[in-house]
Design a protein around this ligand. Structure first.
Ligand SMILES: O=C(O)CCC(=O)C(=O)O
Ligand SMILES: [Fe+2]
Length: 315
């Protein structure tokens, strides 16, 4: 018998991964086994930090426009001031207000991702530890207008080994291409139950398939389905297919961090995550600086802004 919410085509359910799910092994093999992934870009231009923003900004916007990824290698890490200025070219930087991360925040919007802790089960500490980070889109439960459009990462110190703790990228188009039409339809009509204003897990933006989704690993994911799926098991099967597709190795890249390398991820183009770091006997810790940018809806309008920006060349 249908319950009252099923009668009007909306029903709730919960997803819990099984250790036998395909993605569980794929995830361990991608994130935990010391694999060195191909870098997303092999020809990142080397640019003097002092010439910022003129040369770098054009390269970054070109990459963001064409494939949702901007990469430049600065000869030196940008100062906080210039890093913030680069963020302004993209949009409005989001303040880091979470009380649990305040010790790592500078100038309201810069998060220092320093892997100073060894492995921990405390989820709030994991970005600052040698843990891997499961694949996700940033702020996946928030309404689209409150999600960052760009994640800007700049390396101050790769730590003892540049290919431990790679930032992992997988294009959403690639993930979508491995799903059946039926699974995609279910994901397009399912959202996190607790995020009443949040988007469906899959939606279309400017004709592109965009996911808002985080792999919660062994934690339970409560969802609400608004579509035509037959039952709870059908929705969970679509979620399993999504996770299996996210962790397929084909199309995955890993950033090999070097000091001064700057990577901008369009949060509507790729999922990101991180491979595990080395145990923290490290002499010096991996250190990235991060900005989250609530972007102009279209990088083209950010380019407009660039042309209006005052030149800083040679200063
Ligand atoms: O540490 C990393 O490589 C990525 C961390 C991350 O997911 C983020 O800053 O949003
Ligand atoms: Fe992230």
């Amino acid at each position: 018998m249908l319950n009252s919410s099923q009668e009007c085509g909306v029903f709730d359910g919960s997803f819990l991964e099984n250790t036998a799910d395909i993605h569980v092994n794929l995830r361990a093999s991608l994130l935990e086994n010391g694999r060195v992934l191909p870098p997303p870009v092999t020809d990142a231009p080397v640019i003097r930090a002092g010439s910022f923003p003129d040369v770098a900004a054009a390269v970054l916007f070109e990459g963001l426009n064409s494939r949702g990824l901007g990469v430049v290698q600065f000869d030196e890490a940008l100062s906080n001031e210039r890093f913030v200025e680069l963020g302004h070219l993209l949009g409005v930087a989001m303040p880091e207000t979470d009380p649990s991360v305040q010790a790592f925040v500078e100038a309201d919007t810069i998060l220092n991702l320093v892997s100073a802790h060894s492995r921990t089960t405390d989820v709030a500490l994991q970005p600052f530890a040698t843990n891997s980070l499961s694949l996700h889109s940033e702020s996946s439960g928030r309404p689209p207008s409150e999600q960052p459009r760009y994640i800007v990462l700049m390396c101050c110190d790769p730590g003892d080994n540049a290919t431990a703790a790679q930032t992992v990228l997988i294009p959403m188009a690639e993930v979508r291409s491995r799903l059946t039409a039926e699974h995609s339809a279910i994901l397009s009509a399912t959202r996190y139950r607790n995020s009443v204003r949040g988007p469906m897990l899959l939606r279309t933006v400017d004709g592109r398939n965009v996911f808002s989704f985080r792999d919660f690993q062994s934690a339970r994911l409560d969802w609400t389905h608004h579509g035509d799926a037959a039952d709870e098991a059908s929705v969970n099967e679509a979620l399993r297919a999504l996770l299996a597709s996210m962790y397929q190795p084909a199309g995955t890249a890993g950033v090999h961090w070097t000091r001064g390398l700057l990577v901008i991820i369009d949060n509507t183009f790729s999922f990101h995550g991180r491979t595990a770091g080395l145990p923290s006997v490290a002499k010096h810790h991996r250190h990235l600086k991060r900005l989250r940018i609530r972007g102009a809806p279209d990088p083209a309008s950010a380019t407009m802004q660039l042309h209006e920006a005052p030149s800083r060349a040679g200063t």
